[in-house]
Design a protein around this ligand. Structure first.
Ligand code: IFM
Length: 741
């Protein structure tokens, strides 16, 4: 950014009028003065002199350099960049996932521009699948982010992802000279991609490629793509490529559509596309940024997570959000509860159209969920554990282990809590947005899922209601009866739907909900994870494992783990996080103390939930270790699985831990409740949120809450009364929050 003026320095004892342009947002801009500046310029301003003519010349020069195809620079701000220096043979594929560029429509990994045997260039189209049944997988679309098929020379490669602007920069220093490139996948025009590369001839593709167009056919939909590469040889040897992908989950787009989109992109030109792309990212950050005041490295890791969450989900039509996004092929792009429970809340609270598109994906598959319930002689809607194009269950039924043995996979048959999780996500969206236009669809989703539970629950002679034979989030134990998570989520589903239903369903559902056993023992304050869990071997994984996360089934053997009190991931504790109103008051602490050391974090979904709960239990310091685990999971490839793509659920969990856990922010009816509990090392959290249609900034400190909203909004600090205001501050006095302005 360039800030120009002619009066930055002081005049007549007053600050120069142009010094007002030096706002905090412009801190990294280049500032130049073309005025006389008799008293000098403030620090950082370049004193050019020369008057308006000098400023016009400066702008002309900028335009000329852009027209010449100069590769745009990125701002090397450590708070906003992820740098991968060199090419690590073992980590390359993980790095390619970390550096992925996505625009909600396609995801392009951060492969080097030049061919290398360790690299795996990949473009995935969100929601466009090929194959059938468990083999259903995201289609691999043609790659645009490599040039000319030349081998990567043995020089020094550095790739930098600018999270603030969604631009990936490559620099290669080689004996032949130095090459630099910038790539982006347009957030302003999803599907449009652009690349500029400049460098010595030996590093550039030979010929300028003529426009090419082709299409890839999936099972139902497909991808059409067109790209054109042009070469300049005017002293500044360089290559520019523009491309346009048209993707459709339901039909195969014609190549002419891609050519038309490319013509449009070409008409706009690289510079305009880049400016629009940067502006789109600026808007998204304005709505969603998070700053942890007191931990700059954590802030960067959080931004890395938010960047990929925002990039991975489109905000129109339907959004199928696979467990690993579009950064890698993991889980074949299948959609799990990861999307509904972990990713969606962040989007509902910052960019509702994306959350709405995720719900649309589920709504369009309601008929398939109804058919699945009917096939089991039940009613209502039963959503599949793994979902892809059609909404039929695509969970694999078996897997081959590294030793060649085959294991049965039963999650597709038994991990039924997904049905309540999806209902929960619809309610979560409504709670944050108050979107009245979605109420009819939310009602249908809640009613149909409740109907399923009503037909699934069995009532015993003694009047107790049970759910037999399921798998809970803790997949180390299967099948189990009366899994607390499944039963309480089903109970929540029945109650929430009852409020929207008519008699006799309403009364019946409320009765069933009250009768559902939940494993709670008032004496100990503990929920039993499932019937018989407390009778299993009392093994504390935190005392046995050298460190967590650990795949306890690999460490101890699946059989031993199945017979022990080892929990794969937050299960009972998920209830305290998702539906705190459904669990016994005061039960968080005993359950956290009991289940935390017994949890292996064998699933990446787990640590973020623990991090969210410790602050709520009044022990924020203990949340830091699981928070770091979640925040670093992909950045440091802690589970050696990032090559398969990014762990979007973990990323969503990081946001939930900060916002719902540390800041204690939750919708509470028509008010937003805030109740910060921060660790000593942090002085505050700065959050951007959107509640009931109103964008707001929230500063949460140990003893201060400040809200600055675009319009009056209802907010409640701690247990105090809700107040409607546009700007408000509370301070903590003797443990209670008092309005101070
Ligand atoms: O949805 C998760 C599940 O909870 C644990 N195994 C991996 C799935 C996909 O991330």
């Amino acid at each position: 950014m360039l800030v120009g003026g002619d009066e930055f320095g002081p005049l007549g004892g007053l600050p120069g009028s142009d010094s007002l342009l030096l706002v905090p947002e412009a801190v990294r801009a280049t500032a130049a003065s073309v005025g006389r500046e008799p008293n000098g310029v403030p620090e950082g301003v370049i004193p050019l002199g020369g008057g308006p003519a000098a400023f016009v010349a400066l702008l002309d020069d900028q335009i000329r350099r852009r027209e010449q195809g100069v590769v745009p620079r990125i701002d090397d701000d450590a708070a906003w960049t992820v740098v991968v220096a060199g090419l690590d043979l073992e980590l390359e594929r993980a790095h390619e996932a970390l550096l992925a560029l996505a625009d909600g429509c396609i995801g392009s990994n951060g492969t080097p521009l030049w061919t290398h045997p360790a690299a795996e260039p990949r473009v995935l189209a969100a929601g466009v699948y090929t194959g059938s049944g468990p083999e259903t997988t995201l289609v691999d679309a043609p790659v645009w982010q490599q040039v000319g098929g030349r081998m990567l020379p043995p020089g020094r490669l550095e790739r930098t992802l600018d999270l603030r602007t969604g631009v990936l920069r490559h620099v290669l220093e080689d004996d032949a000279g130095s090459a630099e490139a910038a790539l982006f996948s347009s957030l302003a025009h999803p599907g449009t991609v652009a690349l500029r590369l400049a460098g010595p001839d030996a590093l550039l593709p030979g010929e300028a490629a003529r426009p090419t167009a082709l299409s890839v056919v999936g099972a139902q939909g497909g991808v059409a793509v067109a790209y054109a590469t042009s070469r300049r040889d005017d002293g500044l040897a360089g290559v520019q490529r523009l491309g346009a992908y048209v993707t459709d989950a339901e039909r195969v787009p014609r190549t002419e559509e891609a050519v038309a989109a490319l013509t449009c992109a070409d008409g706009a030109g690289f510079e305009t596309l880049l400016a629009e792309h940067r502006a789109a990212w600026a808007d998204r950050w304005e709505a969603a940024d998070v700053v942890v005041d007191g931990d700059a490295e954590l802030t960067r890791a959080v931004r890395f997570a938010l960047f990929h969450l925002m990039a991975s989900v489109r905000d129109d039509g339907e959004a199928a959000v696979g467990a690993r996004g579009v950064a890698g092929p993991g889980y074949r792009g299948h959609v799990f509860w990861d999307a509904d429970v972990f990713v969606l809340p962040f989007l509902a609270a910052t960019h509702p159209p994306s959350a709405r598109a995720m719900l649309e994906y589920r709504l369009r598959r309601l008929p398939a969920a109804q058919a699945a319930a009917r096939a089991l002689q039940r009613v209502g809607a039963r959503y599949p554990w793994e979902s892809a194009a059609t909404g039929e269950d695509v969970t694999p039924r078996s897997a081959r282990l590294p030793d060649g043995s085959v294991v049965r996979i039963r999650t597709g048959e038994l991990e039924e809590h997904i049905t309540a999780d999806i209902a929960w996500s619809a309610a979560c969206y409504l709670d944050w947005t108050g979107d009245a236009s979605f109420e009819p669809q939310a009602r249908e989703l809640l009613l149909e899922t409740a109907r399923y539970w009503a037909s699934r629950v069995r009532v015993n002679g003694d009047g107790d209601a049970h759910i037999y034979g399921v798998i809970g989030p803790d997949e180390y134990h299967e099948p189990v009866d009366d899994n607390a998570f499944t039963n309480v989520m089903a109970r929540w589903n029945l109650r929430r739907a009852a409020a929207l239903a008519e008699e006799p369903e309403r009364g019946h559902w409320l009765q069933l909900a009250d009768a559902l056993v939940d494993g709670y023992d008032a004496g100990s304050g503990l929920y039993e994870e499932f019937a018989g869990f407390f009778d299993l071997e009392p093994l504390v994984i935190a005392e046995v494992a050298p460190r967590r996360p650990i795949a306890a089934d690999v460490l101890l053997g699946a059989e031993r783990v199945a017979g022990a009190q080892v929990v794969k991931q937050a299960d009972v504790l998920m209830l305290h996080h998702l539906v705190p109103g459904e669990v016994a008051p005061g039960s968080l602490l005993p359950n956290l103390d009991f289940y935390e050391p017994r949890t292996a974090h064998g699933s990446s979904l787990s640590p973020g939930v623990h991090a969210a709960l410790f602050p709520r239990a009044g022990r924020p310091e203990e949340a830091l270790a699981p928070l770091q685990l979640a925040a670093r999971l992909d950045l440091d490839d802690l589970t050696a699985t990032a090559a398969g793509g990014l762990h979007l659920a973990t990323m969503g969990g990081v946001w939930q831990a900060l916002v719902m856990g540390f800041a204690g922010v939750r919708p509470a009816g028509d008010a937003l409740a805030v109740d910060p509990r921060l660790p000593d090392a942090w002085s505050g959290l700065d959050l951007r949120l959107r509640f009931r249609g109103v964008p707001l900034r929230l500063r949460a400190e140990h003893e201060l809450v400040a809200v600055d909203a675009a319009a009056p909004v209802r907010v409640r600090a701690g247990n105090g009364p809700a107040v409607t205001a546009q700007r408000l501050r509370w301070t903590k006095v003797n443990d209670s929050w008092e309005v101070s302005s």
